[in-house]
Design a protein. Structure first.
Length: 254
């Protein structure tokens, strides 16, 4: 799988390969079930999405408010937490938007395959290959950026013997016992990891989508520039090629 990031050791690729990391990530967070998905997968999907998408915006915000009322947080820390809470509230909207677009994104694959089939020149195939690699690199870059943010957020409190986030859990007090303390840490880390996983996917998919479309626009421009330059082609051949360029442009717009 790392070949899709490094670009080494892979042959010709297709435009749809640019979305491999994105779709795999969506499968991990439970919004893109595989064909052979069983009950365990849907139970996992329910756990991750109900916890991160529905419960976290409420419990996360309440946790910061409670800590502020108890004078555990400074005003600056509270405002930072409040900003995080607002971002959590926007997460369900992102999830709904991307989930509803997944079928359309999957439905693009036949169209992308048809458009790819028009290009056989080495320089054109190299551009498609570059798009496939760059699409996965973008998803990987967003994911690593959010992972670094998580590590820089949770490591200092853990070193100081404190819980990372103190997200509110009903009937749960991190100061009551060691079991509650470690339970709070596990819950905070689980929630933060998968919330940021969601965010990285939703923030990267637009970039990948646009990059692939831009690649096919570049390929189309090359085809148009080559019209009439091949002496072995007749006027009818050039006319047919022009019509096919128009069809390709329509497919890109779709």
């Amino acid at each position: 799988m790392l070949k899709l990031i490094t670009g080494r050791g892979i042959g010709n690729t297709a435009s749809k390969d640019a979305f491999i990391y994105f779709f795999n990530g969506c499968t991990v967070v439970g919004i893109n079930p595989p064909k052979n998905a069983g009950p365990l997968y849907y139970m996992w999907s329910f756990l991750v999405n109900v916890t991160c998408i529905l419960i976290a915006p409420i419990t996360g915000t309440l946790g910061f408010v409670i800590q502020y009322i108890q004078n555990i947080l400074t005003t600056v820390q509270f405002l930072s937490g409040l900003q995080a809470g607002i971002n959590l509230i926007g997460l369900p909207v992102k999830c709904l938007t991307v989930t509803s677009a997944l079928k359309r994104l999957c439905g693009m694959e036949p169209t992308l395959a048809v458009m790819d089939a028009r290009y056989t020149r080495p320089e054109d195939l190299a551009l498609i290959r570059k798009a496939a690699v760059m699409g996965n690199r973008l998803v990987f870059f967003f994911g690593m950026s959010y992972l670094m943010y998580m590590l820089f957020t949770v490591i200092p409190p853990l070193i100081n013997g404190k819980v990372p986030l103190s997200i509110w859990i009903p009937f749960f007090d991190e100061h009551q016992s060691a079991l509650h303390f470690f339970g709070q840490i596990v819950y905070d880390l689980f929630l933060m990891f998968f919330i940021l996983f969601h965010q990285s996917l939703y923030d990267s998919y637009g970039s990948v989508y646009i990059y692939v479309i831009n690649t096919h626009l570049q390929l189309l421009v090359r085809r148009v520039d080559r019209l009439g330059t091949d002496a072995t082609k007749s006027k009818d051949d050039n006319l047919n090629e022009l019509v096919d360029c128009v069809v390709t442009h329509q497919q890109i717009l779709e």
